[in-house]
Design a protein around this ligand. Structure first.
Ligand SMILES: Cc1cc2nc3c(=O)[nH]c(=O)nc-3n(C[C@H](O)[C@H](O)[C@H](O)COP(=O)(O)OP(=O)(O)OC[C@H]3O[C@@H](n4cnc5c(N)ncnc54)[C@H](O)[C@@H]3O)c2cc1C
Length: 282
């Protein structure tokens, strides 16, 4: 029998008192869609460390849904990572999204201070110090990580994270279903059988969509970009167009065998609610 689909919502720690005040209502609305878990982002280099923990506690208080903190390792020490893992374990966390994180190029050099340089080292460390306490999710890049030398090198680095003990992967955002299917086929040929869950970024705004795609190197098909440009100042029409495009992407992915969907919510409930409604999954 096929495994049930996994749906998750990603939140980020709110940065202003107003955003903090709004978050419980957003969490409650998203929880009503019955996700398997909420994940909470974590700034590299320790920024947002407290914010991740506080947001996690807010999710527990307002929804009771499982939470998965993201944990970035670049520039961090083993002692600091251990302290966070112990705190999460004591809070009942069962799942960690293990990442390298982004810091300035100097911090990424092998000579930089910090006891971790790549996510595979973090995955190994979590397994070594905490055994199977946590389910470990890692990042996957269907269109190649922007700093990778080649798709094959990037794939080999992804494989190292899996061999280090990752249980599943969440992909970077993308708008090209074929890139996802190619990546999954490549995994299958390499004997990688963990679930690769597509990361879905709703399209609700032209400037943000361009910024997100440029930031992570995701290909935004020309016809989508042109239409977003045209609708930039008509929020309702752009929203309808964006939800339509992303609904079709999700339908294609699920029909093609994707094991679930991970929504980058940007702390908004409405786009995810509309998408899940269109997909008949609410
Ligand atoms: C689902 C998801 C959630 C995210 N959440 C956050 C978050 O909360 N906070 C945040 O700061 N960022 C987050 N990011 C962004 C992520 O931190 C960046 O994309 C970062 O640049 C890479 O992280 P990684 O864990 O994929 O790194 P890695 O897997 O370590 O890969 C990073 C780069 O190094 C290369 N590489 C890997 N291992 C080696 C090696 N041993 N030798 C040489 N090169 C190597 C890879 O090919 C790749 O180019 C998230 C990304 C995704 C997809």
């Amino acid at each position: 029998m096929p495994s049930p689909l996994t749906f998750s919502f990603e939140l980020f720690p709110p940065r202003t008192p107003e955003a903090r005040a709004k978050l419980p209502a957003v969490i409650a609305q998203l929880a009503a869609l019955h996700p398997d878990y909420f994940s909470v982002t974590h700034g590299a280099g320790g920024s947002e460390q407290e914010g991740t923990y506080e947001t996690l506690l807010t999710v527990v208080k307002h929804s009771g849904v499982e939470t998965a903190p993201h944990l970035t390792c670049v520039g961090s020490t083993r002692a600091n990572v251990t302290a966070q893992l112990v705190r999460y374990r004591e809070a009942g966390v069962k799942r960690i999204v293990a990442l390298r994180g982004d810091l300035p190029a100097t911090a990424l050099s092998p000579a930089a201070p910090g006891e971790f340089h790549y996510a595979n080292e973090l995955v190994s460390f979590i397994r070594k110090t905490h055994g199977d306490t946590f389910k470990i999710e890692v990042a996957a890049y269907t269109e190649m990580h922007p700093q990778a030398a080649s798709p094959t090198e990037d794939f080999e680095h992804f494989r190292r994270k899996v061999e280090a003990g990752a249980d599943a992967a969440l992909t970077q955002l993308f708008y090209n279903a074929d890139a996802y299917f190619h990546f999954v086929e490549r995994c299958a040929k390499a004997g990688i059988t963990i679930p690769i869950v597509p990361g879905i970024m709703p399209i609700t705004n032209y400037a943000n969509t361009m910024r997100f795609c440029n930031g992570c190197g995701a290909d935004l098909p020309r016809w989508i970009r042109l239409r977003l440009e045209e609708l930039e100042h008509d929020k309702a029409a752009l929203g309808d167009f964006g939800i339509g495009v992303v609904t079709r992407l999700c339908e294609t992915l699920l029909r093609g065998g994707a094991p679930g969907l991970h929504f980058y919510t940007i702390n908004q409930a409405e786009p995810a609610r509309r998408l899940l409604g269109n997909l008949g999954l609410k």
